[in-house]
Design a protein around this ligand. Structure first.
Ligand code: GCV
Length: 717
């Protein structure tokens, strides 16, 4: 009976992809048998796996290597005790294997997460070693080796050494305790809190495997806006169950800590960070957490922002608040990630300036285990923003970048937008903090400030949908985030190609079509939503669809009109010295470039300047004509993506092909909606005719203004 079952299982592994349900569940870890031209591993290689490590992480690495190789090569790859045949793979640390120790490999610089993959001879036999100082390094090495095989790279002469440039590579889940995911478009939260800790959904393992495969080593499992209850004993038990499942995959858990928890669950009358009772409460809470989760990562905090409580409620500073928590965690080695996304209770002259104004004076005032977590741009995850000025302004503080993997402002799950290009653009931005070449990537890596701590956080796009991320292509954003967090200097194109090969196959017809489509996809969204530096024109609250006309919200900066400032003369937010002077928050070299109409470039033009409708741009068109042309170009780009995708039908499994095609059809419809609604609205202000050859909007402006979406997914609250 068992034999039949095994035979069946083996058959399943060998079945061609198209014969199986291809719903995207396997993510990029598909491990289907490679087709002949891309199977670069000959029979003499990968003959057996020798993996002496006995800890849970080493075992996870070994199991993954065996599972992956057996699938990819279409033959069972056995485990062996020693390198007793040609072509074995030895996965070990110098401590677990005398053979590795005898090779005297240069492991010193690889730290406790790096790995080395090298073609060697052991006892005269050709072999491949995957070596590391720690089991976690082996895990990452195993995944890296599988990636090479899976993407069709030759493995007969390898010499690779790699280590993460960023220490904490975290997914921030905006998952509420009732399983609603704020800004989530992929179903409910993966964490089935009600059934935890006793029922441990096997999906948690696959989640952690996926994280590990791209180097993610931490997960903040609850929303920054969620209740304090997670810090109570029964909930901590549930969190501990997740931590236990994630541990073999090198993923630590972190929690969002609500600043007012001492009041809400501690029975205190205050949450004042300088109050001795409050400090004692947090200390005891940290001790309690570490008793049940010894490798707990730390706290993420959203304070005094969008109605969340914080130290300013007690006239204390962000540093007072962060340091109190840092002191509680320090004895256990935990960190505080203090978010700089603040949104003060009183209106600012420019919302984009608030975070800098509040945090710049606090540089040098934080404890060593505090990381300031800053969104990539100064506003809020827009399709395009200039980099956040705080990255160049906090030399004495470790600054983490926070990006949004879930596409709150880029079309939710149905629009195809590869965000690798957006993050690459941000990370390559030069802050000039220490002269030319002070890129944001270097700031985040900690290299510039000489910081030990470094972190990159991505707001997760995971949920209970079978495809995990809401769409097949949104998996690429999870993937790209992990890869960039490992090495912020990787190229988006290389990442897109890796992911495509692993997810859709190595057929050059597929790779050559999908990669360029992904590379242009985010710009398409920028074009049909917010071209030329426009921003925050989405529907109020839910952020679904265009609403540049909204002007009735209580606070000025809640209204799209605040951001585009269109009037009879022109459009755009003057952030130069004649306006809000936000440019002054950047280093002088950057400020000069942004402040000058001739050097700012089209991408940030209307972010920094109010430009007359009839002013000519470099393209030779007037601003008005260019705006119309960009909106139209965005729609055309989506039409091009649909054509590309349609042409791939013969090479992609029908199930995933159909889903992507349907989502592209939605995107095409919504891109036209964005274009038409925006043009109809701005034309009502510019009073300029459409340039020749451009179609008028399908409907009059009031049609678009009347559309309402009370049930749009992912809303806050
Ligand atoms: C978690 C934006 C989002 C909110 C989010 C907030 C934040 O405003 O719309 O849903 O809240 O950012 O990053 O804290």
């Amino acid at each position: 009976m068992q034999k039949t079952l095994l035979a069946l299982l083996a058959l399943l592994t060998l079945l061609p992809a198209a014969a199986r349900a291809e719903d995207g569940y396997r993510l990029w870890l598909r491990y289907d048998r490679l087709a002949e031209p891309s199977r670069r591993v000959d029979a003499a290689a990968a003959t057996a796996i020798v993996a002496p490590g006995s800890g849970p992480v080493a075992q996870a690495a070994r199991a993954e290597l065996q599972r992956g190789l057996s699938g990819l090569l279409g033959r069972p790859v056995a485990m062996a005790r020693d390198v007793d045949r040609d072509g074995a793979i030895l996965l070990a640390t110098p401590r677990s294997s005398p053979a590795i120790a005898a090779l005297h490999l240069p492991l010193d610089r690889l730290g406790d997460e790096g790995y080395l993959i090298r073609t060697v001879r052991i006892g005269g036999r050709p072999a491949t070693v995957i070596a590391a100082n720690s089991d976690r390094g082996l895990l990452y090495g195993a995944f890296a080796f599988l990636r090479l095989v899976q993407t069709g790279r030759a493995i007969d002469r390898l010499d690779i050494a790699d280590a993460p440039k960023v220490k904490l590579r975290l997914l921030d889940h905006w998952d509420n305790l009732d399983r609603h995911v704020e800004r989530g478009y992929a179903g409910q939260s993966l964490w089935d809190w009600q059934k935890l800790p006793l029922w441990k959904d096997p999906r948690y393992i696959d989640y952690a495997r996926a994280d590990a495969s791209i180097g993610i080593n931490g997960a903040v499992v609850n929303n920054v806006n969620s209740k304090a209850d997670i810090l109570t004993a029964p909930w901590l038990e549930k969190v501990a169950a997740l931590a236990e499942i994630f541990r073999p995959w090198g993923v630590r858990v972190y929690l969002s800590a609500r600043f007012s928890a001492p009041i809400e669950i501690g029975g205190l009358r205050t949450a004042d960070p300088l109050d001795p009772q409050v400090r004692a409460w947090w200390k005891a809470k940290a001790d309690e957490i570490y008793r049940i989760i010894p490798d707990f990562g730390g706290f993420l905090v959203k304070a005094n922002s969008e109605g969340q409580p914080g130290p300013q409620d007690y006239k204390r500073s962000h540093a007072d608040g962060a340091n109190m928590l840092a002191d509680a965690l320090a004895p256990h080695g935990g960190v505080v990630m203090w978010r700089a996304f603040v949104y003060s209770a009183t209106g600012a002259d420019d919302r984009a300036k608030q975070a800098y104004d509040e945090f710049k004076p606090l540089d040098g005032k934080f404890r060593p285990n505090v990381i300031l977590q800053v969104k990539n741009g100064p506003l809020d995850f827009q399709p395009r923003e200039p980099f956040h000025p705080l990255f160049g302004a906090m030399p004495k503080t470790p600054v983490a970048i926070e990006v949004e993997i879930t596409k709150e402002y880029l079309g939710f799950a149905t629009h195809l937008a590869f965000l690798g290009t957006m993050w690459e653009e941000a990370l390559a931005s030069d802050t000039f903090a220490r002269g030319r070449g002070s890129t944001l990537a270097k700031v985040v890596e900690g290299a510039l400030g000489g910081h030990n701590l470094s972190a990159m956080a991505g707001v997760a796009n995971t949920g209970t949908d079978r495809n995990w991320s809401g769409s097949q292509f949104d998996q690429a954003n999870w993937y790209a985030f992990g890869r960039l967090a490992w090495d912020p200097q990787l190229s988006a194109r290389a990442i897109a190609e890796e992911w495509t090969r692993m997810t859709w196959g190595n057929d050059p017809r597929v790779v050559d079509a999908i990669v360029p489509m992904m590379m242009g996809s985010r710009q398409a969204v920028v074009d049909y939503m917010t071209p030329l530096g426009l921003h925050h024109l989405m529907g109020t609250g839910h952020h679904y669809g265009p609403a540049p006309w909204v002007n009735d919200q209580q606070r000025p900066e809640w209204n799209p009109v605040y951001y585009h400032r269109a009037d009879a003369n022109g459009i755009g937010f003057d952030r130069t010295a004649t306006g809000s002077n936000a440019v002054a928050q950047y280093a002088p070299e950057v400020a000069r470039r942004f402040a000058d109409r001739r050097s700012v470039g089209d991408d940030y033009l209307l972010w920094f300047h109010h430009v007359k409708w009839d002013d000519r741009l470099d393209t030779g068109r007037t601003l008005w004509d260019e705006l119309v042309a960009r909106y139209t170009r965005g729609v055309e780009e989506v039409a091009g993506m649909r054509r590309t995708w349609a042409s791939l039908a013969p090479y992609v499994d029908p199930q995933r092909h159909e889903e992507v095609a349907a989502f592209l059809a939605i995107q095409a419809r919504e891109a036209s909606w964005w274009r038409d609604a925006s043009i109809a609205y701005f034309q009502s202000i510019s009073h300029r005719p459409l340039p020749a050859g451009f179609a008028p909007p399908a409907h009059p402006l009031d049609y678009y203004e009347a559309l309402k979406f009370p049930y749009a997914p992912g809303q806050g609250g």
